[in-house]
Design a protein around this ligand. Structure first.
Ligand SMILES: C[S@@+](CC[C@H](N)C(=O)[O-])C[C@H]1O[C@@H](n2cnc3c(N)ncnc32)[C@H](O)[C@@H]1O
Length: 343
């Protein structure tokens, strides 16, 4: 039975019949033309697809069109490049691993929440060719040429989940600033994880700090993070999920909860070669990302003019480029298991 309470704005849900769902005769549109049915179907799909691709533009950056509220990060080429660079940084920081949860060698169904460019989903699909991998996102910015076991859907993960079956592994990375109701998200993840299955969340707090460098509170780089946190709070999303993940997962009923806090350097200052390379990439990631992270937020929540944002960012960039600052920030990797005896 197709669900009647599917969220209106879930494109995949309105286009595809999932696993154990069937549409009954009473739900058939009697007026649908029988001739040229393929054409009709195609034009319907095309118009739905064009509505989610009818992106909005603001201050020269492109944003998703899937729902009225804007997710604060752009979804254009420049942001996609930054996300792919971040993927490299985060997997390197996890010693080349796509996940730290011990999911075994044969997961069957994997879900990637807020998949972005889909780069993690494609890589996990390559790693487990017999698994079915699904990535969702507000923006259809994923490639169309992907392994046959990987597919993407446009969806808002904060809507009610209507998946036909549960997952062996649910993964979500870098959702800072995206989610309003984390406890509800965790409850939905719990419900849709198979008993004995795993979830993994990798996320941030926003703060830069230094153990030995000259980065100090009150500098433009520090003020920038405070403004980002303030702006995100104003639009009602959680800016710093990283340190809270562990508690939310426990509250949702997960057990075997493990947290690893992995500092990420900004710049080439660490001696350790692996960290030096990660720091070089992270430095570029921030330089590329500063404008995208700040523009929508500062102009919409703090009333700044775009030019004022650009002027402020000049000083933030100076801090980023200062070799004596030796700043770092923390990635929280938290994975947990649904108990075997859970419903
Ligand atoms: C910072 S990006 C991270 C992308 C990806 N997880 C990664 O690590 O490369 C966050 C992504 O979450 C998506 N997103 C934000 N809110 C969402 C929501 N409510 N439902 C689905 N996707 C969402 C954004 O469109 C964006 O692509």
């Amino acid at each position: 039975m197709a669900s009647n309470n599917a969220p209106e704005n879930s494109l995949e849900q309105s286009l595809q019949v999932r696993d154990d769902e069937f549409i009954e005769a009473s739900e058939v549109d009697a007026d649908a033309p029988e001739s040229a049915y393929g054409d009709e179907n195609e034009s319907y799909t095309t118009s739905l697809m064009s509505s989610v691709r009818n992106y909005r533009y603001e201050n020269g950056r492109r944003y998703h069109a899937f729902r009225d509220e804007v997710y604060f990060l752009p979804n254009d080429e420049m942001e996609s490049e930054r996300l792919d660079l971040f993927h490299e940084i985060l997997t390197r920081r996890c010693d080349g691993e796509l996940h730290l949860a011990p999911i075994g060698t044969n997961p069957q169904r994997i879900l990637d929440l807020g998949t972005g460019t889909g780069i993690w989903a494609v890589d996990i699909g390559d790693k487990f060719p017999s698994a079915e991998v699904l990535g969702n996102d507000l923006s259809p910015i994923q490639p169309s040429l992907v392994p046959p076991n990987v597919r993407f859907e446009v969806d808002d993960m904060e809507n009610e989940w209507l998946y036909g079956s549960k997952f062996d592994f649910i993964h979500a990375r870098y959702l800072a600033g995206a989610i309003k109701d984390w406890p509800r998200l965790m409850d939905q993840a719990f419900k849709f994880t198979k008993p004995g299955g795993w979830v993994e969340f990798q996320d941030f707090d926003m703060k830069f700090y230094s153990t030995q460098g000259e980065f100090s509170p009150g500098c433009p780089m520090d003020e920038w993070t405070k403004l980002v946190v303030k702006g995100l709070k104003k639009i009602g999303v959680e800016p710093e999920p990283g340190p809270k993940l562990e508690g939310w997962l426990k509250d949702a009923g997960f057990t075997n909860v493990h947290e690893k806090v992995l500092p990420i350097p900004v710049g080439v200052w660490p001696k350790n070669k692996q960290l030096k390379e990660i720091g070089a990439l992270d430095y570029h990631q921030f330089l590329e990302g500063l404008e995208g992270i700040s523009l929508h937020l500062f102009t919409n929540t703090a009333g700044w003019k775009p030019e004022e944002v650009q002027v402020f960012l000049v000083n933030v960039r100076k801090d980023l480029k200062n070799p004596r600052f030796q700043a770092q920030h923390n990635l929280h990797v938290v994975y947990a298991q649904k108990p075997l005896d859970a419903e």
